[in-house]
Design a protein around this ligand. Sequence first.
Ligand SMILES: Nc1nc2c(ncn2[C@@H]2O[C@H](COP(=O)(O)OP(=O)(O)O)[C@@H](O)[C@H]2O)c(=O)[nH]1
Ligand SMILES: [Mg+2]
Length: 362
Amino acid sequence: MERFGLVGLPNAGKSSLYNALTGGGALAAPYAFATKDPNIGVAKVPDDRLDRLAEMSSSKNVVHAAVQVVDIGGLVEGASKGEGLGNKFLANIREVDAIVFVLRAFVDDDVTGPSDPLEHLRVVELELALADLETVEKRLHQATRQSKLDKTLGDEIDALTAANDALSDGRPLYRAGLTPDQREQLAPYFLLTNRRVLAVVNVGEDELDRIPEIEATVAAEFNDAGDNVEVIGMCVQLEAEAATIVDPDERAEMLEGFGLGEGALFRMVRSAYHLLGLRTFLTTGDKESRAWTFYEGSTAPQCAGRIHTDFQRGFIKAEVIQWEELLDIGSWNKAKELGKIRVEGKDYVASDGDVMEFRFNV
Ligand SMILES: Nc1nc2c(ncn2[C@@H]2O[C@H](COP(=O)(O)OP(=O)(O)O)[C@@H](O)[C@H]2O)c(=O)[nH]1
Ligand SMILES: [Mg+2]
C-alpha cells in the first residue's frame, strides 16, 4: 500500500491531521491489517463513483481504496545537522512515497511557534534540501572518480551536477526544473526532495473566509515547481472535529454550518493520491463493489495482478467499460447484451474509472 508522510515543524498540526485522516469516523479505514505502530494508520480514499456503482449492483460489501499515512515527528531547524531527532526523521521520510507538508497559519497564543506558513515552508525546505545535498555531494564525488574508468556515467553525473547546483542554493529538487531523465537518474538515491509534494496550510478556525487567499499566497511561493506541488488550505482543527462524527449526515451538517462544503480532507486525500500517479479501477457485483489502486500507465494484466497474482499470470482478457457508461446503462448484463463491454487484451493500458472483469486460467 502506498504511503503518505506528514512533515512539518512542531505544533503545525501534523498529529491533528493524522488523527483526522486515520482515527476519526470520516476517513479511517477499518482494515484489519492496520499496523499497531501509533504513527502509521490507514485512510480510505473517498470515491463517489464506487458508491454509485455499489448502489447500482446492490452490493453487500463496499471496499474503498486506501493509503497509509505516517505522522513523522522530529523536524526542527537544524535537523539536517542532527538537531531534534535528526537523522531518524530523515530515515522515516525516505520510506514514504509522497510527502505532505503541514504548514501552520493559525494564530493561537497558547500554542508556541510561528504562525507564518512561509516561515514554516522556508525551514522545512532548507532542512530537506541540506539533507539531500549531503547525499548528492558524496555520490557526485564518487561518480566523478569512477567515470575515469566507466564512460557510462556521463548522464548520471550531469543529473547529479544539476541537483548539486540547486541544493547548494537551498532549493529543493522539485523546484529545480530537472528533466524526467535527470529525475530518473537520481531515483536510486531516494532523495527527499526528488518527489512531489502536497502542502497543507493549516488556517485558524477564526479565519475560515481567508482560506482561499492564504492558500493562494503559499501556492505563489511554488511558482517554480510546475506540477510537482499542490497546495490545499484547511482548518485542521475543525476538520479533525468533524471527522470524529461518525454519522455522515451529521458530519456534513457540521461542515456545511462552517461553510466548508464536503470538508477538505476528502479533497486532500484525492489530491495526494492523484499526485502520486495513482489511479483507480473498479469491480462491481452483488457481493462486493471495490476500488482498486493501480499506477498510471499499467496494463490490464498488471491491474489484474493487483487483485491476485494468479489473475496476472493466467491473464486471458479483460472486459472493460467506463464507470459512467455502465451506470447510465444500469447493469453489467444489460451492457453486455448491448455490446457495450469491450474485450481487451494484455497490451490494454487501463484508464482511471474503468470497471473491469478479468478472464484467466490457472
Ligand atoms: N487554534 C488552533 N489550534 C490548532 C489547530 N490545529 C492544531 N492546533 C493545536 O496546535 C497544537 C499542536 O497540534 P499538533 O497536531 O499536535 O501539532 P504537531 O506538533 O505538528 O503534531 C495542539 O494543541 C492542537 O490542538 C488549528 O487549526 N487551530
Ligand atoms: Mg505531533
